[in-house]
Every structure is written in structure tokens, then in C-alpha cells.
Design a protein around this ligand. Structure first.
Ligand SMILES: Nc1ncnc2c1ncn2[C@@H]1O[C@H](COP(=O)(O)OP(=O)(O)OP(=O)(O)O)[C@@H](O)[C@H]1O
Ligand code: NI
Length: 269
């Protein structure tokens, strides 16, 4: 079990030349991720989802101060343990395509990741992981600048899945992909959860998350508002605890773009 308990993050920044101030960007963030579960984290841009992902694997920007606790299988997940597990048992699919090395062909980067992740035959593991995402032949051998945005995103996913990580944190893994590849990526994450991995899927798209998730945590303005089983997103959202989650659900096209009630709209603003 991977647990985030009351995580908070402050940024230190200079105001003027001398004065330093802290700005809180995450507060009261809590969630649990179990093996075999696909847990989606859904929220608007700037809500703090990526910072939460970076905190989980221990790669936060230097000007941040973290509070709260992270636990993995009943033991604290401190910086040393994060460093030991990162890229091995704990893998991140980063949101930024800049994570790819511009000077190295994609399949080599995937093979390195496979090796770091403990694969016995890294090249074969890389080829398999890439083929599962439709990256075969010439397209698997390109340099990052020769890839489309969607292909680059799939290379990042292949890097995280070529090893044998038990915990996967996928930060917007399907953004910018056409519907077919997007569904392919989501199905792949679902399959990984079905084989016993714990998968955290960060996305701003509730509709896509609901297609594959077991549970959904709604993130808003730096905090986790509520965690609900995917089936709670149903009807008019009566089973949801927060107005914000209900408004997100009711704003989906399939739900007739139900206009949020005045109170919900105020909360969304
Ligand atoms: N290194 C940094 N220094 C200062 N502020 C930062 C830094 N990184 C992120 N922030 C701020 O923290 C907030 C949360 O950012 P974050 O990237 O986690 O949001 P997000 O939910 O992942 O958004 P998106 O859906 O657009 O990816 C934003 O207001 C952002 O400007
Ligand atoms: Ni993000």
C-alpha cells in the first residue's frame, strides 16, 4: 500500500531583494493506492497534481519544503528509500516531454530504463514495451526531436513499463494523443493494474479516467477534496460528497453539460 498522509508543500520565494516568503501550494493531500488498483487523480490545471507526483517519487523542485508523511507497505517512504526505489519499484511517467534525452535514440532510452528497472534482457524488454504501445520499426529508433508529441509520450510510458515497477505514477500520460492511442495507453495502464501493479493516473479528464479507474480522487486548489469509487460518478452525482466533484461530473458532455448550480459555479471559479 502506498499512502500519502496530510501532505503539504510550501514554496520559498523572494519578494523584492531581501524578503523571503513561503507560499503554500499543497495542503491536506491524502490518498492511498493499493496493489491491483488503478486510482485516478482528477483536477483542473494548476491544482497541484504534478507536484504531488513529484513529492511521491522524491523529485521536488529545490525551493520547496515538504510536510506530512509518505508510507509504503507500512514503512515511511523517506528520501533515501525513494532514491533506492525510483526507476525500479517506483516509476514515474512524467508530464513533461523534456524528460527525454534529446541526444539518445528512443529505443536506447527505453532499454536503459528497462535495465535500471531490473529487466534481465533490457533490449528485448524495451522492444516489447514499445511494441505494446505501437512503437515499432523505424518509429522506435528515432531521436526525440523526430517524434510527434504523442509518440514521445508513448516512449515515456514505455520507459516506465519496460522494467518491472510495482508502483506506477502516470502524470497525464495520454494528453495530446489521438483517441485510438489514448485508449491504448489507458487500456495498458488498466492491464498493469490487473496484473497486480498499483497505478496512479493523473489527468484533468474525468471522462477518460472513469473508463478505466477503480477509484477517483478529486483534486482542487492544492488539496484532495474526496475519493470516491468510479461507480459513484453516476446519475446526478448523488453519491458524491463534494459539490465540486458533482459539478465536474455533471459538466461532462454525456451528462448534457448540466449547468452547475450557482453555489457550485462559485466554487469552480
Ligand atoms: N518550481 C515551482 N516554483 C513555483 N511554483 C511552482 C513550481 N512548480 C509548480 N508551481 C506552482 O504550483 C501549482 C501547481 O502546479 P502543478 O504543476 O502541480 O499543477 P497540475 O495540477 O499538475 O496542473 P496541470 O494539469 O496543468 O499539469 C501551480 O500554481 C504552479 O504554478
Ligand atoms: Ni501537471
Amino acid at each position: 500500500m502506498l499512502e500519502i498522509r496530510q501532505l503539504a508543500l510550501d514554496f520559498l520565494r523572494y519578494r523584492g531583494l531581501w524578503r523571503r516568503e513561503t507560499v503554500t501550494c499543497l495542503h491536506n493531500v491524502s490518498l492511498t493506492l493499493a496493489r491491483g488498483e488503478l486510482h485516478a487523480v482528477v483536477g483542473a490545471s494548476g491544482a497541484g497534481k504534478s507536484l504531488m507526483a513529484q513529492a511521491l517519487i522524491g523529485l521536488l523542485p529545490g525551493n520547496t519544503r515538504r510536510r506530512g508523511e509518505l508510507w509504503l507497505d507500512g514503512e515511511p517512504l523517506d528520501a533515501a528509500r525513494q532514491a533506492a526505489l525510483r526507476g525500479k519499484r517506483l516509476a514515474l511517467i512524467p508530464q513533461s516531454l523534456a524528460a527525454l534525452d534529446p541526444l539518445v535514440r528512443s529505443h536506447r532510452q527505453v532499454a536503459w530504463a528497462a535495465q535500471r528497472g531490473g529487466a534481465a534482457a533490457p533490449w528485448a524488454a524495451a522492444e516489447r514495451a514499445m511494441a505494446q504501445l505501437g512503437l515499432v520499426g523505424d518509429s522506435a529508433r528515432r531521436y526525440p526531436h523526430q517524434l510527434s508529441g504523442g509518440m514521445a509520450r508513448r516512449v515515456l510510458l514505455a520507459m516506465a513499463t519496460a522494467g518491472d515497477a510495482e508502483w506506477l505514477i502516470a502524470d497525464e500520460p495520454s494528453v495530446g494523443l489521438d483517441p485510438q492511442h489514448r485508449d491504448g495507453v489507458l487500456d495498458q495502464l488498466r492491464r498493469l493494474a490487473d496484473t497486480g501493479k498499483g497505478v496512479l493516473l493523473i489527468t484533468h479528464d474525468l471522462r477518460h479516467a472513469l473508463r478505466v479507474a477503480d477509484r477517483v480522487t478529486v483534486f482542487h486548489a492544492g488539496t484532495t477534496l474526496e475519493t470516491a469509487p468510479a461507480r459513484a460518478f453516476h446519475g446526478r452525482g448523488e453519491a458524491l460528497a463534494s459539490d465540486y466533484a458533482r459539478a465536474l461530473w455533471r459538466a461532462l458532455p454525456d451528462n448534457d453539460f448540466a449547468r452547475p448550480a450557482a453555489r457550485e459555479a462559485a466554487q469552480l471559479a
